[in-house]
Design a protein around this ligand. Structure first.
Ligand code: SAM
Length: 261
């Protein structure tokens, strides 16, 4: 995967990708990252990439020509290396919400160009130059860089050779429309909270069932919107019913114990 980022702040992208698994993947050559600043394509002494909005109003608008020139130079560089042109994604709060399904779709592409806005936004004519527009969520950032980093991290970790243990991908939250089960590591007891006994049992089939039930229950309580989209198998329905029954029994036991004390 080649990532090309159009940004006036390449330092944000470079520092956000230097460490961790993405940093290692770049060093190992599994992914390639290049930043291109639109400031390179300005002609005035201040290297201005913004201007006042037509029709008036507050703030400045990012001009189309330097952004377009940055995208085009990146394309020319790809062509010179006989590599496929990157799929162009504009980061904007007005875009389609980025999610795990978009991460999977984008991770399958050979090259991704992420275009970061700044100021009050970008000239509307830039929208015609991109393939799609993505938003990180319903909030407004100062610039597209943090959103671009999120897209890079979410897609890069899906690429072969980036995660040490690719098995963990299939169990993660959102991989199959479910939230992940709770995880524990040493110590066995932490501030009065014990690790669930089942995880210490060594019974792998029982652990699998417990994790699946926890995943289903968590999704139902924390993300009812996701739960509503699930097609539960008979086995999942039975697991949930059994987990509910166990929770009722545990609650009744706890109440009895409290009354006694
Ligand atoms: N005035 C714009 C609007 O209301 O849509 C917001 C401009 S914002 C201050 C500047 C830049 O930050 C945007 O052009 C975009 O690149 C980026 N940005 C802000 N919020 C974002 C979000 N939720 N997702 C992706 N990019 C975002």
């Amino acid at each position: 995967m080649r990532y090309q980022v159009v940004t006036i702040f390449p330092e944000i992208i470079e520092s956000g990708t230097r460490l961790g698994l993405v940093g290692k993947a770049i060093t190992a050559g599994v992914v390639e990252l290049e930043c291109m600043s639109p400031r390179r394509f300005t002609t005035d002494k201040h290297q201005s990439v913004d201007d006042t909005p037509y029709g008036g109003g507050s703030g400045m608008v990012m001009s189309a020509p330097p952004l377009a020139a940055a995208m085009e130079l990146l394309d020319e560089q790809s062509q010179a290396r006989a590599l496929p042109l990157a799929h162009r994604v504009l980061l904007t709060p007005q875009g389609v919400r980025f999610d795990q399904a978009s991460a999977r779709r984008l991770a399958a592409l050979p090259a991704l160009m992420l275009i970061c806005g700044r100021y009050e936004g970008i000239d509307a004519r830039v929208h015609a130059l991109v393939h799609e527009e993505l938003s990180l969520g319903d909030f407004v950032l100062n610039g597209g860089e943090v959103a671009a980093l999120a897209v890079i991290e979410a897609t890069a970790r899906l690429l072969p050779g980036v995660l040490g243990n690719s098995g963990s991908l299939s169990e993660e939250s959102h991989s199959a429309g479910l939230l992940e089960y709770p995880q524990y590591t040493r110590p066995r007891e932490f501030r009065g909270q014990e690790v669930p006994a089942i995880l210490l049992s060594g019974n792998h089939a029982a652990i699998e069932r417990w994790r699946r039930a926890q995943s289903l229950q968590r999704t139902r309580t924390e993300r009812p919107d996701l739960f509503a989209k699930l097609q539960l198998s008979k086995a999942d329905q039975a697991l949930l019913a059994a987990a509910e029954q166990e929770a009722l029994v545990a609650a009744a036991d706890a109440e009895r114990a409290e009354r006694k004390s």
